[in-house]
Design a binder for this molecule. Structure first.
Ligand code: FMN
Length: 216
């Protein structure tokens, strides 16, 4: 490693689980801006920085969001049935259940919006209706926020079910039409412990010169 390498990064990056059980304790504003500042350090095409944030902290706003979030999940997946055992799926299910039932109590619901922009591969003559938000540009910002939350001891999770009621979301919070909400991140101090993520090793899904050819 070079002298300015930071090996601690590699511990941190493998330790950013979706934290779905959060305490209601408030997140100090300075700390919130610290993680958002990390978010906006992300790259974007031609440095357009097409992201904006809407922070929900008021109880009525969070209750409004939480009610629709729960209804959105149930409209797609039904009422979440969680097995009682100690399997990973059951534990994840219980965490999801907790998130759904307590979303309104979490201190911050962060909406990350992205400016709408047609991908290059869609030719102008095929552009109908609104462009999608520029997901590719916004996700690096989102990942920076997840990493920064972990670095300062905050828990966060990336959620996307707001898509089901996005029109209402725009109206309620005055989000302009030329932005789409990419993710909603509940942020707060975690109830449980941070821990390592479970992922397939890069060596198993990295091919050299031709698909399927693993490192020799
Ligand atoms: C595009 C995307 C959408 C996701 N949507 C949700 C979601 O709606 N709700 C949620 O709790 N987690 C969501 N997640 C988080 C994943 O469920 C989580 O990263 C995955 O299950 C692995 O768990 P871990 O990160 O805790 O290891 C999403 C992640 C991504 C990248």
């Amino acid at each position: 490693m070079t002298s300015d390498a930071n090996p601690r990064f590699f511990d941190l990056v493998g330790n950013v689980r979706a934290m779905r059980r959060l305490k209601p304790d408030p997140v100090p504003r300075d700390l919130l801006f610290k993680v958002l500042e990390a978010g906006v350090q992300a790259p974007s095409g031609m440095n357009t920085q097409p992201w904006s944030f809407v922070v929900l902290e008021e109880p009525e706003s969070k209750a409004w969001f939480a009610e629709r979030y729960k209804a959105a999940i149930e409209s797609r997946f039904g009422v979440l049935q969680v097995p009682e055992d100690d399997s990973k799926a059951a534990r994840q299910g219980r965490a999801l259940r907790y998130q759904i039932d307590h979303l309104h109590e979490f201190p911050v619901l962060l909406l990350v919006a992205g400016k709408r922009d047609w991908p290059f591969k869609v030719p102008p003559e095929e552009r109908v209706g609104q462009a999608p938000p520029n997901y590719g540009a916004v996700y690096p910002c989102v990942q920076n926020i997840l990493l920064a939350c972990r670095a300062v001891g905050l828990g966060a999770a990336l959620t996307t079910m707001h898509q089901v009621f996005e029109d209402e979301l725009h109206e309620r919070f005055g989000i302009p039409e030329d932005y789409g909400v990419v993710v909603t991140m509940p942020i707060g101090y975690p109830m449980g412990r941070f821990g390592p993520v479970t992922r397939r090793p890069a060596r198993e899904i990295t091919y050299f010169e031709s698909w399927g050819r693993l490192e020799s």
